[in-house]
Design a protein around this ligand. Sequence first.
Ligand code: PEP
Length: 249
Amino acid sequence: ANDPRPLVAGNWKMNGLRGSISELEAIIADAQARPWPVDLMICPPATLVCAFAKAAAGAKIAIGAQDCHAEVSGAFTGDISAEMLKDAGASAVIVGHSERRTYHGETDDMVKAKAKAANRAGLTAIVCIGETYEEREAGATISRIERQLAGSLPETIDAVKLVIAYEPVWAIGTGLTPTPKDVEQVHQTIRKHLVSLDKSSGPTVRILYGGSVKPSNAKELMAVPNVNGALVGGASLTAKDFLGIAAAY
Ligand code: PEP
């Protein structure tokens, strides 16, 4: 009963053109038509944040971004600061997604700086962590998760400004998912870490599961203790699948 209100967030990655706003509009129409027992969020590419935030104004769906730079402004060609995302209408930003860690060499230190920048700008930081296939095979999942938590989170945490997304790297975009038991073990580890950082906010920070979530497996995964929602990639691109996942609640 004291569980935090779940969050189902869609990560569109590098997908979506202006015309894709029709999917957002379909989600908004549904979100307005009935009371959802979950918070909804779509994280489109940066080019669409402004238009999506405008379309979602007053609706029961938040708009997030997928990455930010740690600095407020400056000579960082091609980068976008958390303050700029806030100005564009975002209320949250994903940081440390495994694709950023892998393709852009983002370290725990960099992710932590980005999470702090998000909070500085008034955005919720959705901090992603997760083990690789090799780490899972080697029995190193829990130690990897603990190391990422120790290195990637801001020193002060707060349930409004922080969301954790557990995304096993090997489950992202592969159709593979860990067993509910494996998910439970990791989420319990994350919860313990959060409570050790802050006794009062730790229990209510939302911990999302991400990695090949779809309408057909959402119910089983969302029922796992300490799973407080989902971060959804591929299946968030259509209103039908995204809402099908939110309907797990
Ligand atoms: C993601 O990249 O955040 C993700 C969970 O992707 P997918 O749902 O496509 O596995």
